[in-house]
Design a protein around this ligand. Structure first.
Ligand SMILES: NC(=O)C1=CN([C@@H]2O[C@H](COP(=O)(O)OP(=O)(O)OC[C@H]3O[C@@H](n4cnc5c(N)ncnc54)[C@H](OP(=O)(O)O)[C@@H]3O)[C@@H](O)[C@H]2O)C=CC1
Ligand SMILES: Nc1nc(=O)c2c([nH]1)NC[C@@H]1CN(c3ccc(C(=O)N[C@@H](CCC(=O)O)C(=O)O)cc3)C=[N+]21
Ligand SMILES: [Mg+2]
Length: 302
């Protein structure tokens, strides 16, 4: 059996086209959504994301405000900038890039962001809304994963879903979204006993671990939908000394032999994260201006 490759790059491009149309409509009414991104220090893993994001924000017609602060920035300085962005009417969405340097308490910064501008969905108010089924901002990566799952299968109610990883930004909100779709959800983590056996029960397997190619082909239930969130930079021996390439948390070629559908890395979840960030920024801009949120999501597959 040969798996359907879920083309997140193409899906995200389509989503951005619809977002751009909605932004153009808003602009005709004199409103332009704005997204502020704050980067502290130079975490290499964060840089591709930030570069792609700034370009795509401008491409859909939004304003992009970038604040690049030195790694030595104090918590008080960062909190000061967040307060300024909260108060700025041109800023609809605020994203503070994680991880933050050690001297800064990330939780304190997340809680300082106005929940109405929290387009990452990391503020406890938005995390709590997701948990209790109230509309709010949903964390971009899990939202992107759900859209990709629904692009290959509309009705996932009753399916067994296994999420590997329990971080606040990926694993936990992913589990909440799948519960919301009436899946039977298992959340696995570093203390899980017999992870391969747990994974073999999954009709939907989401890997958000940060370990290159940890999920092997024989962990995949035949016919499963496999979503690979991992972004791992590993040495690219074929390309020569010092060269790297990006791989996921899933051994792709092996898993593709058993899965019915699978996301590649790159070109799977990553581009969806950015598209969903822009979608959330559009949502924030509409709510803050009292405008209806245009329908930008694609209908799920049959
Ligand atoms: N494509 C995208 O848009 C995005 C990709 N990412 C990528 O996704 C991955 C996960 O990110 P994030 O959630 O922030 O990572 P975290 O490091 O915050 O969480 C990793 C999770 O994996 C679990 N884990 C670690 N080792 C094992 C193991 N051997 N077996 C089972 N579980 C294990 C941890 O368990 P425990 O809790 O017990 O420590 C933890 O819950 C990373 O590769 C990251 O780069 C992240 C965000 C966006
Ligand atoms: N506040 C905050 N919000 C985040 O959403 C957030 C964050 N901090 N910190 C870092 C992680 C990571 N992340 C990625 C997003 C897109 C790609 C992406 O576009 N990936 C492409 C390119 C990958 C490559 O070529 O290296 C792809 O997978 O095809 C990757 C990683 C968002 N994160
Ligand atoms: Mg983390």
């Amino acid at each position: 059996m040969s798996a359907t490759i879920i083309d997140g790059k193409a899906y995200a491009a389509g989503l951005r086209t619809r977002i751009a149309e909605a932004v153009a409509d808003m602009a005709r009414q004199g409103a332009t959504p704005g997204l502020a991104v704050v980067i502290v220090g130079e975490d290499p893993a964060s840089q591709i994301y930030v570069k792609n994001k700034a370009r795509q924000t401008v491409e859909v017609g939004m304003r992009s405000f970038e604040h690049v602060l030195p790694a030595s920035t104090s918590e008080a300085e960062l909190l000061g900038l967040v307060a300024q962005l909260n108060a700025d009417p041109a800023v609809d969405g605020i994203l503070v890039q994680l991880p933050l340097p050690k001297q800064i308490d990330a939780q304190k910064v997340i809680e300082a962001i106005d929940p109405a501008k929290d387009v990452d969905g990391f503020h406890p108010v938005n995390a709590g809304k997701l948990m209790t089924g109230v509309p709010g901002f949903v964390s971009c990566t899990p939202l992107g994963c759900l859209l990709l799952i629904q692009s290959v299968r509309k009705d996932i109610a009753g399916l067994d879903a296994v999420v590997i990883g329990r971080s606040n930004i990926v694993g936990k909100p992913m589990a909440q979204l799948l519960i919301g779709q009436s899946c039977t959800v298992t959340v696995a983590h570093s203390k899980t006993r017999d992870l391969p056996e747990v994974c073999r029960r999954a009709d939907i397997l989401v890997a958000a671990v940060g370990r290159p190619e940890m999920v092997r082909g024989d962990w995949v239930k035949p016919g499963a939908i496999v979503i690979d969130v991992g972004i791992n930079r590993v040495p690219n021996l074929a390309a020569g000394e010092g060269k790297t390439r990006v791989v996921g948390d899933v051994a792709y070629a092996e898993a593709a032999e058993r899965a019915s559908a699978i996301t590649p890395v790159p070109g799977g979840v990553g581009p969806m994260t950015i598209a969903c960030l822009l979608r959330n920024t559009l949502q924030a801009a509409c709510i803050r201006r009292g405008l209806p949120m245009p329908a930008v999501d694609f209908a799920p597959a049959a």
